[in-house]
Structure formats: C-alpha cells, structure tokens
Ligand binder design. Structure first.
Ligand code: BGC
Ligand code: NOJ
Length: 812
C-alpha cells in the first residue's frame, strides 16, 4: 500500500495523507543551516551543530509523535486548522505534502480557504524561508487570522533538555516591528541570536510560551489562537517562543502571500550591541530584506533548484527501468548529500545530541558524495584526519562545530583507521588531485604534531598491520563496523555502555571483516604509494595484503568451510561459524572479503555468496546474521542484547546489503546483484509502505529480519551508510562506471534482462556520454569504443583536453 507517489519530473515525493505510518521527513539546507521537516510540519532547525547550536526546540519520543515544529494556524470563524494538519489535526478538505530536493511544499484546504506553503533554506544564507499563500476559493468574503508559531531552543540542545533549574530563568527576547528576536545568553558569552519575522505588519505577537499556549493547553489547541488574539507577551525566563498574528481579509478568488524568515545571526564581539542590552539588529535586517518580497523568494528558490540541476547532472542514467532511473538520478544522490552533511547526528531517530560526526561513518558517506562537490569532500577528509591519533587510531566521533574528537566515546574501534584510506582514495580517484596527500594535517587537532595526509594514511594502514591477534587477523578493539560486536567488553551490568565499557583493546579478539577491509584498502593505499613514486612501500604493503589474503582463505583462520568466519572472541573462540550454536553466519565478511577480491580465484568467493543466499536471504533483504542470538552472550556484547530480528541481531542491516550486491558483481552475477539491490531499494519498497513504514524515497538503516515480530518493518531512516554504499553499488558496479586513478572505467554487471542503457557522467571536468549495448550479457566488455576508436581493457584514459567523450560499450 502506498501513501503517495513519486513525481519524477519535479523530483518530488507527493504525500497524499498526513497519516503516514511514521513521520516522513525531509532535510532543508545543505551547508551550515539545517532544518528537519516532516510531512505534518514537525521538525527543528540548527546551525552547523545539532547539539551545540539548536535554534528551535523539538521533543523526541513525545506523544502524539512528532508534535513540535514550525506551524501556521488559520482561524476561520470557529475553525482552527493547519496547512500540514498538525498540530490541531483538524480534518482538511484537501492535503498534500511534496518533499522535494532541499524544499518542502504543503497544501491544505479547509472551508474554501486554501493555504500553500513553500519552505526552503536558500543556497547562501543562514535562514529558512517560508512563503505562505492563502487563497479564498469560496464565493464569500473571508476574514481569517493567520498565526505562526516556533518554540526557541536555548542553543545547547542537551542542556536545554535537562538543566531546567537554570533554563527556566534565562530566556530573553526582543521585538521590533514584525521581527521577534531570540537572544538568550547573548548578554554573556554568546554573540549569536535568532530572528523570526514576516514581511507584513502584524496585528499582535507572543513570545512567552505560556501566554500563547495557555498553561493547560498545548500546540494542538493554543489558547491565544482559540481566542483569536495574541497577547503581545514578552518572555522573561521560562520558555521563549515566536508567534505572529496577521488578520487578513480575502475577497472571493483573492490570494495573499506572506514570507516568514527564520534566521541565525552572528555578530562580531565588538559589534554586539546597538545600545545598552539592545542587540545589534543590522545584520538581521539586512538578511530579512533579502527575502521581503515574493519575487526575491522566487529567485532564491530558482537558485536552489539550479544548484540541484547542476549537481544531479554529474551522474545520470537512462535505462528502461524507471525505478533505477529515479533512484540514481534523484533520491539516492540526494540522500548521499544529506548523510554527508549530517553523518549520524540529527534525524528523527538520532537526537542530534548523542552523536556528532562519525569517523567511519563520514569516511563512508564521502564515497557516495565525492562526485557532487569534491572540494567539500576534501575539506571533510582533512577534518576527519585531524582527529586521528599519532599512532593511527582515531576518535570514533567528533563535533561538527568544534571539529574536535568526542572524548566520551573515545577511540579503539579497530576498523576506523582503514576508512580514512577509503575516503581519501575515493577523492583522488574522482578528482585526480593527489596534492591532498601533501597537506599538513594535525593529530588530535594539535597542529604542533602535524604530518602530511599521506603520513596519516601510512599510520592508518600501519596500525592495523601491526595490531594482529593469534591468527594474524586484525584485532577488533571495541568493535569493528558492527558496533555491537563488543568482544572485549564483557559487560554484565545494565547501563554500562557497550561502546566504552571494558578495555579498548584486547590481544585475542580478532575481526575477519577488518581483514577484508585490509585487503581492499591496503590495495588502494598501495596504489596511492605508487602514485607518489613510493614503489618500495607499495611492494611492502602488497606483500602484507597478500599475506592477509591467505589468512582469510585459510581454514584455520578466516575460512569456515562454506563461508568466512566473522571474528574470534576474547577467548579465541569463533564467532560466525558452523561450530557456533547461534550466529553461525554473518553477512559482513562475505560481502566485504569478496568485494575486496578475496577467494575469487579459489571458488571460495562464490561459495560464501551462495551461503549468504541460502542462510541470510529474505524477501525484504539480506539479514546480518543467522541464527539470531536468543540469549545474551556476555563475550559478544550488544549484538546479543537485541531481541531476535532487530538491529545487529539478525535484522536486515541495509548498509551491508550493497556489499553483497557489489560482491556479486565482482564475480559477475548480475541477476543476483540486482535482486539484492532491489530488495531494499525505496522505489521498490514503496509498494509495501504499510509494512515498511519509513519514507519510501530514501533508505533506512534497518529492516526487521525474519525472526522479528514485524518482519519487513523499517527503522531509523535517513542517516545510514546505506545511502553512500548503494550509490557506489548501482553507479560504479552495477551500471559499472567506476573512477580509477587513471580514468573512468566502464564495466557494467547487470541482470540479463536489463536492456541497453546510457550513462552521462561529468568526471574531472569532462563529460562522458556512455551508451551500453547489453546483448543479454550480465558482465563482460566485448568492445569499448572511445570517440570512434576501439581501446583495450575497460579504462578510458583521462584526457583533460577534451570537453566531451563519446563512449560505446558492447557487452558480451
Ligand atoms: C546500535 C548501532 C550503533 C551504536 C552506536 C548501537 O546501539 O545498535 O547500530 O552504531 O549503537 O553507538
Ligand atoms: C550504525 C553506526 O553509525 C555505524 O557506524 C555502524 O557501522 C553500524 N551502526 C553497524 O553497527
């Protein structure tokens, strides 16, 4: 069952009812100023850092769900309604929400009045713009009142939700004309404030929450709105808000339009004040003036759309499969931008106060983003590498505002160092810009111990190479990609964090998965050594990689007979082996070892992937492990803490489904690669939205596995490495347009009935127009013709002197 439909022409998902199975959200902003917005206008706004600079308040896990947001109320006689249905939940005659690329549109109709809202964050300003158009579609004159409402957050969202003894006494505001200013803590150590304004004279306002809502009311029935009259309250302590009232008369057929702007302003310390305790509003007024007419707003909206036209023009596919076209050309790339911006910090399931930017997460997010804005990827790589320790380990997370490592979670995740190689290699393969390797980059943000980025990568590789266990496999530390394999933790008391409890490393617990990463990214690091002319180092790295390859294939170490072992616990016992009672087979090493090329010549790769199909497959995707753990294993950690079928305990963890799909392309099985791709693909799961529940236009982190009560139910949408890895899978492996250090390689692996297709790819400034004649083949390039001339192999040598290159591929 569907709750809406895709409008590909406008790059929108059109939600037809406010009663979606979960809030279906969108992200506005793509640089520093961000808003989360749901299909019923819930959500919140922050500047740069969802924890440290939160502008508006949201209440996670509240009931009814998703109740705080930025709302417009319309009072028409005794009826009060919202264009997005919430929070009054007054039945609407018509409702529609269109989530687009960087904007959302709402249409609500009630009793002959129509309200259209367009909300977006302009490309170059720190504000959110909402254009509200009210139209009288009835045959009588209408006298209505419009109210706006936002609730300010006192900047630090963590403190804001805990420290009430202080916070109930700190709120401060100013009002000038139609502009309401939130200036809590501005008198002391902050030099930023927020403003919410409308481009029309207002009848009244409120800035104190209690006055607006009424002590015993809530956002669903604000007392001042029900009374039809805001009270001009000035917040003092307690909870500051911003609410405007506009009284409007509309003749039959008449429309009126209002622009609301919610902005963030930073003043230089010496220019903070206009007069004693009166804030300097000049920059705010300048900002508001940029969006004070419809024409200016329309121009800014056009600029946003132009920006996305350009970005989404970098990789496009034209195939006979509409769903593939839609995901590749629009939604998958859009989600890659969002995950790049947010890492795992702020979604409807990540509260924005728990985690900042993840080291491994951001390195992986880069893989699906780097082609869009390589310069931002470059900057991000340097930021991430700056949080690395001198010995090659890394902080697991850092705050986007300070760019410093979070010491509460610390370090010790065995896979982290290698992801830095993955991200850097992707950047250089995309851009050809090897100068990044010469950049001086601090360790632990200490510039006095800076080294080149190449040296950082050397230490990344070296750390894993020198931290091995009894089978010469990499030590796992606190965990590897699977945060829930906490093999050194041994926690027995509730409340101990699986991520930080116990030693950060032990000498025995090993990860076969990191072994697979070592092969994949060791090889990529060796290629970078060659690029830098370091042939001896490249040879040494390759020798280590070759040794690891053997270890992974060895039935006394990485190989279990029918699949790869997952790990060895701190007692030296196997995890993910036929010898285990529960958790006999895990997905991660099967996908990653094979995509790294391990076992492709010995038949073990095929065997491992056949085992995945036999033991882990479901109609909704491939599960992370089987059989699910039914009891808590203290020697394994969080993985066995979840009820069977959820999260890392046998859920369908979407992130590693593309690894399996990529692995299938590596061994040339296009039918199976595509089958795996389809199972978790939003454009396909749209049809089962009532089961899947999360947004049908983007990936979620986890779909409940076969053991779960709600098999097929998605959770934790938006912020997942699935976005980047799926884009890598479909664009580089299935459609086969893969950036190498020397140029673009074209080597598709598609299902037998996929048909001919074409890809347009802008790569290092050159446009490649690639057409593929499939001939029913799943893999294999029989002929590669570049600008009319046949070439050998699959790599088109990069030629900067060309503007466009015509590429014809004949498969077979
Ligand atoms: C989750 C993981 C997550 C980790 C982060 C665990 O509870 O299951 O998916 O990565 O927390 O702290
Ligand atoms: C989500 C985390 O963000 C990611 O880093 C981790 O790899 C997966 N969970 C699996 O545990």
């Amino acid at each position: 069952m569907k709750f809406g439909h895709f409008d590909d022409e406008h790059r929108e998902y059109v939600i037809e009812t406010p009663k979606t199975p979960l809030p279906w959200i969108n992200y506005l902003g793509s640089k520093e100023f961000f808003t989360l917005i749901s299909n019923t206008c819930g959500g919140y706004t922050f500047y740069k850092d969802a924890k440290l600079l939160r502008l508006t308040r949201y209440r996670y896990n509240d009931v009814p769900m998703d109740i705080n947001g930025k709302y417009f109320y319309i009072k028409d006689g005794d009826t009060v309604w919202n264009p997005g249905w919430k929070p009054t939940q007054t039945d609407l005659d018509e409702y529609e929400c269109r989530h687009g690329i960087g904007y959302s549109k709402f249409k609500g109709v009630k009793n002959g009045v129509r309200a259209d809202v367009l909300t977006f964050v302009p490309v170059n300003d720190n504000c959110e713009v909402s254009k509200l158009v009210v139209t009288n579609d009835s045959s009588e004159e209408k006298n209505i009142s419009i109210f706006s409402y936002v609730e300010w957050c006192l900047w630090n969202a963590d403190d804001d939700s805990r420290n009430f003894q202080r916070n109930f006494s700190t709120g401060e505001v100013e009002v000038k004309g139609s502009a309401i200013y939130h200036k809590t803590e501005y008198r002391e150590r902050r030099n930023h404030y927020a403003v919410y304004s409308v481009n029309a004279p207002i009848t009244a306002f409120d800035t104190a929450r209690d006055s607006f809502l009424g002590l015993y009311h809530y956002a669903g029935n604000p007392e001042a709105v029900l009374n039809g009259k805001l009270t001009n309250s000035m917040a003092s302590g307690w909870s500051p808000i911003a609410a405007h009232q506009l009284d409007v008369t509309l003749k039959p057929g008449e429309s009126k339009s209002y622009v609301f702007v919610l902005g963030y302003i930073e003043n230089p310390v010496e220019d903070k004040w206009e007069s004693h305790n009166v804030i300097n509003k000049k920059p705010a007024e300048a900002l508001l003036a940029k969006y004070d007419t419809d024409a200016k707003v329309d121009a800014a909206f056009a600029e946003l759309n132009d920006q996305w036209d350009k970005l989404l023009n970098i990789y496009t596919v034209d195939s006979s499969n509409d769903k593939v076209n839609r995901m590749v050309n629009i939604w998958n790339q859009y989600q890659c931008m969002v995950t790049f911006n947010m890492s795992r910090s702020a979604s409807y399931y990540e509260s924005g106060i728990g985690r900042g930017m993840g080291f491994r997460d951001s390195c992986q997010d880069l893989l699906g983003f780097v082609h869009l804005i390589p310069d931002r990827a470059r900057e991000r790589i340097i930021d991430i590498a700056s949080t690395q320790f001198e010995d090659g380990r890394a902080y697991h997370q850092y705050q986007p505002l300070t760019k410093k490592g979070n010491s509460d979670i610390g370090s010790g995740f065995g896979d982290d160092p290698l992801w830095l190689i993955a991200g850097t290699s992707a950047y250089i393969r995309e851009t050809g810009d090897a100068t990044i390797l010469d950049e001086m980059v601090p360790f632990d943000n200490d510039a006095s111990v800076a080294q080149t980025l190449m040296e950082h990568l050397r230490r990344s590789f070296g750390y894993v190479d020198t931290h091995r266990g009894p089978h010469r496999l990499p030590l796992i530390g606190r965990a590897d990609w699977n945060d829930c394999l906490n093999l050194n933790c041994h926690s027995t008391q509730p409340g101990e964090s699986f991520q930080t409890f116990g030693p950060s490393e032990g000498p025995v617990a090993e990860s076969v998965f990191i072994g697979g990463m070592f092969v994949k990214y060791g090889n990529e690091y060796a290629d970078l050594c060659d690029l830098k002319g370091l042939t001896d180092e490249a040879a040494k790295v390759r020798a280590s990689v070759a040794e690891m390859n053997e270890i992974l294939l060895d039935s006394n170490a990485g190989w279990d007979g029918e699949w790869f072992v997952r790990a060895y616990d701190s007692y030296g016992n196997k995890v993910g082996s036929k010898e285990c009672e529960e958790g006999k087979i895990f997905i991660e090493p099967q996908g990653f070892c094979v995509l790294a090329g391990v076992g492709t010549e010995t038949g073990q790769a095929q065997k491992a992937l056949d085992s995945v199909k036999e033991h882990l497959d479901t109609k909704y995707g491939v599960m992370i492990l089987q059989p699910a753990y039914t009891v808590y294993h203290e020697e394994l950690g969080e993985v066995s803490s979840y009820p069977p079928g959820y999260k890392e305990n046998a859920g369908i963890f979407c992130h590693n489904n593309p690894w399996v799909s990529i692995a299938e392309t590596v061994i040339g099985r296009g039918d199976r690669a595509f089958e795996v791709y389809k199972k978790t693909c939003p454009a396909y799961t749209e049809e089962i939205s009532e089961i899947h529940r999360t947004e049908p236009y983007i990936y979620c982190q986890m779909v409940a596995g076969a053991d779960a009560k709600f098999h097929g139910e998605g959770k934790n949408s938006w912020l997942t490495g699935t976005a980047a890895w799926t884009f890598v899978n479909i664009s580089q492996y299935i459609l086969g347009v893969y950036p190498t250090l020397k140029g673009l390689s074209v080597d598709p692996c598609v299902p037998a009935d996929f048909g001919d297709f074409s890809v347009k790819r802008i790569y290092r400034g050159v446009e490649y127009d690639i057409t593929v004649k499939q001939n029913g083949a799943q893999k294999g390039v029989k002929e590669l013709i570049v600008d009319g001339a046949k070439i050998d192999g699959t790599v088109i040598p990069y030629d900067a002197s060309k503007k466009t290159v015509k590429v014809e591929v004949v498969m077979g």
